[in-house]
Design a protein around this ligand. Structure first.
Ligand SMILES: Nc1ncnc2c1ncn2[C@@H]1O[C@H](COP(=O)(O)OP(=O)(O)OP(=O)(O)O)[C@@H](O)[C@H]1O
Length: 248
């Protein structure tokens, strides 16, 4: 997550394409470069969604006609999903750069419509990686990860798939309302941004203190990041991001 005051270089650091010079690439492109380098075309699928959250409303940056998108939470697993958001299978890094460019253009257009050059929305890139595990690889994995062994498919012939999710978030700029002198619509925008940043701060603090309750329900931003905080349906920790998860 890139967090900081307006104009401090968050979007530059996270979203720069660096098409002509690899040294200029931002974190999103570099992350995808790493993901693609460690995936295998036959057994792995890499998909991305790119959206932004403006005044507690989610809009698809790859299909901007899709707005006010609802968030779904799986009652059993607590997994967060956005069924209405476009999910695009990434072919290679150039394809991803093109998608990112489309998203940035749409985000910029939305900002311009709001009469501002600065990002008043939180942009969220979701990267989903699915890997089919053959029996042999599965056996090796199972012996390495005994704690999740009971979750593995057992001899029913169904393919096993390991799913991973990476979120890269370019947060809207934080600002001191008393110092910025915002009024009217700009003030309303700033209040929504500060509300979501405050609730994000509360979740991070709760996690840092190993609190049994992470208050992810206070804003859409934290609801979207709910499974990244390792919160299960009971509101308590389950597997953290980065843990291997196995599904039938
Ligand atoms: N490392 C850098 N080198 C050169 N220019 C930079 C660098 N970081 C930021 N800039 C420039 O500074 C300006 C502000 O950067 P950017 O839009 O990334 O800030 P931001 O923190 O995302 O702002 P906001 O929260 O208002 O969206 C842009 O014109 C950007 O090109």
């Amino acid at each position: 997550m890139a967090y900081g005051q307006t104009g401090t270089g968050k979007t530059y650091t996270v979203g720069k394409l660096g098409k002509d010079d690899a040294a200029e690439r931002g974190i999103m492109v570099r992350a995808l470069e790493d993901v693609l380098a460690s995936t295998m075309p036959g057994s792995d699928v890499v998909e991305v969604s790119y959206l932004h959250l403006y005044m507690e409303s989610i809009q698809d940056l790859l299909a901007p006609e899709k707005a006010s998108i609802p968030i779904n939470e799986d009652a059993r697993t607590g997994e967060v999903s956005l069924p209405d958001v476009s999910v695009v299978k990434v072919q290679d890094l150039n394809h991803f750069s093109d998608l990112l460019q489309i998203g940035e253009t749409n985000r910029h257009a939305a900002n311009t419509k709001q009469n501002t050059e600065s990002s008043r929305s939180h942009a969220i890139l979701m990267v989903h990686v699915r890997r089919s595990i053959n029996q042999k690889a599965g056996d090796e994995t199972a012996s390495q990860e005994k704690d999740v062994k009971s979750n593995l498919a057992g001899g029913n012939g169904l393919p096993r798939v390991r799913k991973s999710k990476l979120l890269v978030v370019d947060l809207a700029g934080s600002e001191r309302l008393d110092k910025s002198g915002s009024e009217g619509h700009l003030l309303e925008e700033a209040k929504f941004i500060n509300l979501s940043l405050t609730s994000l701060g509360k979740c991070i603090n709760a996690q840092a203190e190993n609190s049994p309750h992470i208050p992810t329900r206070d804003s859409k931003l934290t609801r979207l990041l709910r499974d990244s905080f390792g919160v299960s349906t009971a509101g308590k920790y389950s597997s953290r991001v980065g843990d291997a998860r196995h599904r039938k």
